[in-house]
Write a protein that binds this ligand. Sequence first.
Ligand SMILES: Cc1ncc(C[n+]2csc(CCOP(=O)(O)OP(=O)(O)O)c2C)c(N)n1
Ligand code: SF4
Ligand SMILES: [Mg+2]
Length: 340
Amino acid sequence: MSAPSSTAPLKFYQVGSFAVGNRLLDAEHRSVQSDAERSNSLTSGHRACLGCGEALGARYAIDAAMRATNNQLVAVNATGCLEVFSTPYPETSWQIPWLHSLFGNAPAVATGVAAAMKAKGRTDIRVVSQGGDGATADIGVGCLSGMFERNDDVLYICYDNEAYMNTGVQRSGATPPAVRTSTTQIVGEHPGNVFGQGKNVPRIAMAHEIPYVATATVADLRDLEAKVTRAMEFRGARYLHVFVPCPLGWGSASCDTLKIARLATQSGLFPVFEAEHGQVVASTPIRQHVPVEDYLKTQKRYAHLFSKKGRDDITINRLQAMADRNIERYGLLPKKDETP
Ligand SMILES: Cc1ncc(C[n+]2csc(CCOP(=O)(O)OP(=O)(O)O)c2C)c(N)n1
Ligand code: SF4
Ligand SMILES: [Mg+2]
């Protein structure tokens, strides 16, 4: 085979793909993680489980926030897995100024840090507050709502693993229906978590009409970095909700964390979108639509829906209806009468 002519243009097929460390792009378009000078905000040595989505999400999110702020960042953490696995006293895996106070008050502490920076004239120093879904949707929701209402200059990041993982997988207000947790056991006529409205925190945040609300998953880490970067372009209260599978609590394989996050978006169960001042401004279309059962079957917390006694079609259909409603609400698929 002859060598390509020196005038033939080279084709780099990876450019524009979802590959994370894409060094073939121009420097300004490369991912944060591909930068050898990245901050490694959450560095090695922490004690998260193998395949922990929360550890992965936090690493990408905080490194992106560091780059967006020229490394002028303070992080405040709620109690939960992220705090516990990263800071077993006297050790820490954080390489940034980082505070922990209580389970429920991270947004209020972050508000205080932002106010202190303003009082000192250091508006170049930005503040991130972060916590799990329990800290966000349940115990901290009052402080969070106050932070939104006052439009404090804080980016709040919720790492949603859909239960209180740190204390043994108890149900939270963000636990989806039918899920088995230690407090929603597989007993009775309707096993697992009850069907209800739950707490949809991105929509609660949007109702406050804060400057920026977005969702992301660890399946698309370039998108997660982009959302954090975009959030840092705004002043005022911002909210980012990141879907982070938890192998221990979900009964899933550690190697399946990204696959499960992708199936959550491709089924429509977890919509990925951005909203500004209460209005949805963009959503990520589903590339390959799958039925919800493709997602459910990857996790033991849903195993009772596919037991030896037979499939629980009624429950699976109700979960499918939830996914279909998201698809409709956020325009995740072309409408049937639209040409693709
Ligand atoms: C007032 C109070 N109640 C309960 C606890 C115990 N506690 C610590 S972390 C946690 C669960 C955290 O769940 P979540 O916020 O979803 O974070 P995850 O561990 O799932 O990442 C609980 C119940 C506490 N620290 N303080
Ligand atoms: S229990 Fe879940 S959230 Fe906590 S460290 Fe393990 S995988 Fe991560
Ligand atoms: Mg949680």
